[in-house]
Design a binder for this molecule. Structure first.
Ligand SMILES: Nc1nc2c(c(=O)[nH]1)N[C@H]1C(S)=C(S)[C@@H](COP(=O)(O)O)O[C@H]1N2
Ligand SMILES: [Mo]
Length: 214
C-alpha cells in the first residue's frame, strides 16, 4: 500500500492540470491519488449482514406508510405500472470506487409519495431494507428531486439479488450508501433519522463531491 501511495503522489503531480477536467471530483480532491488507483470500473457488492436476502418478484412487497393520507403496499408490478424514469449516471461509493455509465430505471420517489399523499408536518423519510439491518434517510426536499428513484432495473436488466433486487433506492446525487438495497419500507416521518452508516460517521446529506470530507 505504501508503494502504491507513493506512486499515486508522483503520478498525481505529473498529470495534474491536464487530466483535471476528465477526473471526477473525488479523484481531483483525493490528495493521495489512491482513489484513482483502485482498479476497475466495477461494482463492489456490499452487505452488512452475512449474505444477500432473497425475495422474488412474486414475494416482494414495498410498504409506504407513516405520515401519509393513504398507506400502500406495492408489488413490483404496481411499480412497473407507474410512469418510468431512466437515467445513466456514474455510481460513486464514498470509499473511492466508481462505475461510469450505469443505466437505471424506476419510479420517481416523488411520484410514489404523490400516490400516498404526504401529511402536514412531515419533513423526512425513513427507509428500511428486508436484510433487517440497513436503514437510510432523506429529507422530503431531497426526495422531491427527479434523480431520486425507486429502481427495479439496473445495468440493463432487473436489479439482481446481489445489487439489492427486486427493488432498491437510487439517489443519483449522493454517495452509494444512500442507495439502500433490498428496499422494503418507506415511512414518512417528522424528523431525519440517520441511517446505518451515518451512525458510524458518514454524512446524513451525502452529496457527491461536497460531503464526507470531499
Ligand atoms: N441493504 C444495504 N444497502 C446498501 C449497502 C448495504 O450494505 N446494505 N451498502 C451501500 C453502499 S456503501 C454502497 S456503495 C452501495 C453498493 O451497491 P452495490 O452493492 O450494488 O455495489 O449500496 C449501498 N446500499
Ligand atoms: Mo459505499
Amino acid at each position: 500500500m505504501l508503494g502504491l501511495g507513493a506512486l499515486g503522489v508522483v503520478a498525481g503531480k505529473s498529470i495534474q492540470g491536464g487530466l483535471d477536467s476528465v477526473l471526477s471530483p473525488i479523484q481531483r480532491l483525493d490528495p493521495t491519488g489512491l482513489a484513482a488507483l483502485i482498479p476497475g470500473d466495477y461494482f463492489r457488492i456490499y452487505t452488512v449482514t452475512s449474505g444477500y436476502p432473497l425475495e422474488t418478484d412474486a414475494d416482494y412487497r414495498l410498504t409506504v406508510d407513516g405520515m401519509v393520507d393513504t398507506p400502500r403496499v406495492l408489488t413490483v408490478a404496481d411499480l412497473q405500472a407507474m410512469p418510468a424514469t431512466s437515467m445513466v449516471r456514474t455510481f460513486q461509493c464514498v470509499t473511492g470506487w466508481q462505475v461510469p455509465n450505469v443505466h437505471w430505471t424506476g419510479v420517481k420517489l416523488s411520484d410514489l409519495l404523490g400516490v400516498v399523499g404526504v401529511a402536514k408536518g412531515a419533513t423526512a423519510l425513513r427507509f428500511e431494507s428486508f436484510d433487517g439491518v440497513y436503514t437510510e434517510s432523506l429529507t422530503l426536499a431531497q426526495a422531491a428531486r427527479p434523480d431520486v428513484i425507486v429502481a427495479y432495473s439496473m445495468l440493463g436488466g432487473a436489479v439482481s439479488r446481489e445489487h439489492g433486487g427486486p427493488v432498491r433506492l437510487y439517489v443519483a446525487p449522493m454517495y452509494g450508501y444512500k442507495s439502500i438495497k433490498w428496499l422494503s419500507r418507506i415511512t414518512v416521518v417528522d424528523t431525519v433519522e440517520p441511517g446505518y452508516w451515518e451512525h458510524y460517521g458518514y454524512a446524513v446529506d451525502g452529496w457527491i463531491g461536497r460531503s464526507n470530507g470531499y
